[in-house]
Design a protein around this ligand. Structure first.
Ligand code: NAD
Length: 272
């Protein structure tokens, strides 16, 4: 079987570099092309060189359309507006589209899901790591088993991160809401400042810290009257996000067009 030809979106970014290394190291996948935004310092450079590995003979371009020609899959950790446009192109070209981008609005998420029903094979998740996806299952179970406990989610990331709360924190909040059988958007308290009054029972609170080089720490706290459970995940390397994205690409190539998440890829999807 021939290797799946992958176009790397945002090739000059932190995750872009991790994805170039991961594609190169994964049997069954090959870097077909790489692109970034016009003006990015990565444009014109070799993708392998930018990722700190051997030269791949793939020059990073600023023309997404040219990069998609002949590609079979897109690995995309960029920004929401770009992921929406790429999902629409993936639908018309029938491509696998692996999306790690976080911070999408409800409308952007909806447009991406629509691309799944229009012909793309999309896997999108706020976190591609095995550990966080296991943690989400655990959070769902604990939230269901301990309905009276207050749920608070604390996250910390590096000082370049632009969205808050993180995609992973939101994903963990959604897992807690699913465990409780409540609507996530109606329960989420995404920040507190000033005279906020006492905590509203049943809400799911978020706090976001930013600093240094932290790749991603998440703690879900279940606070009861007489005890507190804290479940923590710490990302030690971007390589595990990239490894999950590779696993998703290899899985998605054999699926019908649709919109999937990492629980589908890992076979741990729970029904609501
Ligand atoms: P980054 O800023 O280092 O990289 C983003 C890249 O996208 C940059 O190189 C930027 O130039 C590029 N880009 C912007 N506009 C573009 C365009 N029009 N065309 C092509 N490329 C364009 O950020 P990062 O740390 O690599 O994170 C990227 C995204 O991935 C963020 O949303 C982050 O939260 C998310 N992320 C997700 C996971 C996960 O597991 N789902 C893990 C880590 C990061």
């Amino acid at each position: 079987m021939t290797d799946l030809k992958v176009a790397i979106a945002g090739a000059g970014g932190r995750m872009g570099a991790a994805n170039i290394r991961a594609v190169t190291a994964t049997p069954g996948l090959v870097v077909h092309s790489a692109f970034d935004r016009p003006g990015s310092p990565a444009i014109g450079r070799d993708a392998g060189e930018v990722a700190g590995i051997e030269r791949l003979g793939v020059v990073i371009v600023d023309d997404a359309e040219a990069a998609l020609a002949g590609a079979e899959a897109i690995i995309d950790f960029t920004v929401p507006a770009v992921s929406v446009l790429l999902a629409e192109r993936a639908a018309s070209l029938g491509l696998v589209h692996i999306i790690g981008t976080t911070g999408c609005s409800r409308d952007e998420d909806w447009a991406i899901q629509k691309a799944g029903s229009a012909g793309a094979r999309i896997v999108k998740t706020g976190n591609f790591s095995l550990g966080v996806n296991m943690l989400a299952g655990l959070v769902r179970q604990v939230a269901r088993a301990l309905p009276g406990y207050d749920v608070e989610i604390l996250e910390m990331h590096h000082n370049k991160k632009v969205d808050a709360p993180s995609g992973t924190a939101l994903m963990l909040g959604q897992a807690a809401a699913a465990g409780r059988g409540v609507d996530f958007d109606a329960s989420a308290v995404r920040g507190r400042d000033g005279h906020t009054g006492p905590r509203v029972p049943g809400t799911i609170g978020f706090a976001a810290l930013r600093g240094g080089n932290v790749i991603g720490d998440h703690t879900v706290i279940f606070a009861g009257e007489t005890e507190r459970i804290e479940i923590t995940h710490r990302a030690e390397s971007r390589a595990m996000f990239a490894a999950g994205a590779m696993q998703a690409a290899l899985w998605a190539k054999d699926q019908p067009a649709g919109f999937y998440d990492m629980a589908d890829v890992l076979g741990v999807k729970e029904q609501d």
